[in-house]
Design a protein around this ligand. Structure first.
Ligand code: DLL
Length: 433
């Protein structure tokens, strides 16, 4: 068994996990208070000092951090070590222009790569595997994160980065890649291209995929698994907290285990900030328990999911999070109704379409317009008007029953919606509000 199945940590009894977190949290709060004046001011304004935090039971007393804090403190305001101790930055585009820049010491990078190594091992990876990393390399954490984990597991790593799909396929086939790491939308595109090139699932050497960085539905998972002849594992993470590997799926494929020796998770009501009991859906909040350079406490992710500590047959005891439905800031409010792109994806895929769609929202005479552009698969494509109308109606009915509001469906010819090599852009919101 690989040394990156860290059984003594990953399968710790709950009481031990709790004891570890109870020990780490007060230390980390004191560390941040001592080293990050921005956070110290925030705590003072909130009327709390490190003396008030004796265990995880006191977590609720601490103020939240959000993207707004990262923007205010940009670029160095949240750094807890001298810049000379940092060895790397990673970055992600912020929603309002300013980028989020996260800093890492070598220790932070080791911690992060341990997490992605655990994810690769949970997907069945060993030193015998050939792991193709088709997430973008560079400022995005996907490429560097999985690359580091793949090295730690001892896989032969193919650092293709994203893009140039024909070259991706050449390496998969010529070097007999067994594990593919990329966004689910790019995996679907690679699968579609392989199929067009005449490859059947049994011709493709891949056995597993580690796909994340964006919301994807169970239906999309099944579709990718079928096309590539693999088992597809979800992986979650965010730059602010380290990158991919904050949580990952095991062979059960029923939620992602959060690496609780490093990250403490809570679910809160996004409106009131109230901490919600296990099993309730809400916004995921993370505290990094032992990061050095960029140690965030109670960071609001905006991701909506639920947590469960139900026993997992893989033996891991770390708490599991459900697939995030999408970010609360990706959620569309259309005619007053909350709509997640992933709900639309579920309807389309259940009706036999691939995940090639676009959601276009606008506003005419103070009323929201809502159109879903859906690409037909080549075998559906026809110029028979009656058949097209019937197809459209099936989708419109399905969307209405899923969402409770009417959408206009436009069917478009195969290959007319731009494919994504990284995170897919599914929503075009033309409302200027
Ligand atoms: O996307 C890190 C990552 C890279 C995760 C590769 C997995 C694989 P950011 O660019 O900072 O980091 O974006 C983080 O992406 O808050 C979620 O909204 C979304 N996200 C990440 N993983 C998943 C997932 C990387 N498995 C933001 N399912 C997060 C749904 C995900 N959403």
């Amino acid at each position: 068994m690989s040394r990156y199945f860290q059984e003594e940590i990953e399968c710790m009894p709950f009481e031990k996990i709790k004891a570890l977190q109870d020990e780490l949290l007060p230390k980390q709060v004191r560390y941040v208070w001592d080293n990050v004046p921005y956070y110290r001011k925030k705590m003072e304004a909130h009327g709390v000092t490190p003396d008030d935090v004796k265990s995880t039971a006191d977590l609720y007393k601490l103020p939240f951090m959000s993207k707004a804090d990262l923007r205010d403190a940009y670029p160095y305001g949240l750094l807890a070590v001298p810049l000379k101790d940092c060895v790397r930055i990673q970055s992600t585009s912020g929603t309002t222009g300013k980028r989020v820049v996260a800093f890492y010491t070598q220790e932070d990078i080791d911690l992060w790569e341990d997490c992605t190594a655990r994810a690769i091992v949970a997907a069945g990876g060993t030193a015998d595997d050939v792991c193709q990393v088709s997430y973008g390399y560079g400022l995005f954490t996907g490429g560097p994160g999985l690359d580091g984990g793949s090295h730690k597991v001892g896989c032969l790593t193919i650092p293709t980065s994203s893009g140039n799909t024909e070259r991706q396929i050449m390496f998969i086939m010529d070097l007999q890649a067994t594990i593919l790491c990329c966004t689910p939308s790019y995996a679907a595109y690679i699968g579609e291209t392989l199929k067009e090139m005449g490859y059947k699932p049994e011709d493709i050497p891949l056995k597993a995929g580690i796909f994340g960085a964006e919301a994807w539905s169970e239906e999309m998972r099944r579709d990718i698994e079928k096309t590539l002849g693999i088992k597809a594992y979800d992986i979650y993470g965010l730059t602010e907290i380290s990158g991919p590997g904050v949580s990952f799926e095991c062979s059960e494929q029923r939620g992602m285990h959060i690496n609780e020796d490093h990250f403490l998770a809570e679910i809160i009501d996004p409106k009131t900030g109230e901490v919600l009991p296990e099993g309730t859906q809400g916004e995921l909040v993370f505290t990094a328990l032992d990061k050095k350079a960029f140690p965030l406490i109670r960071y609001r992710t905006r991701d909506i999911c639920t947590l469960t500590r139900e026993k997992c047959s893989c033996g891991r005891t770390h708490i599991r999070m459900t697939k995030p439905k999408g970010r609360s800031d990706d959620m569309l409010k259309i005619r007053g109704v909350n709509v997640f792109p992933s709900q639309i994806e579920t309807v389309l895929m259940n009706k036999g379409y691939a995940a090639n769609y676009q959601i276009i929202v606008g506003r005419v005479n103070n009323t929201d317009t809502f159109e879903v552009k859906v690409e037909m698969t080549p075998d559906m494509f026809t110029d028979n008007v009656g058949e097209m109308q019937a197809r459209r109606k099936v989708l419109e009915d399905g969307l209405r029953s899923m969402l409770g509001i009417k959408a206009k469906v436009t069917l478009v010819a195969p290959k007319t919606i731009t494919r994504s090599e990284g995170k897919a852009v599914r929503v075009i919101d033309n409302r200027k509000i």
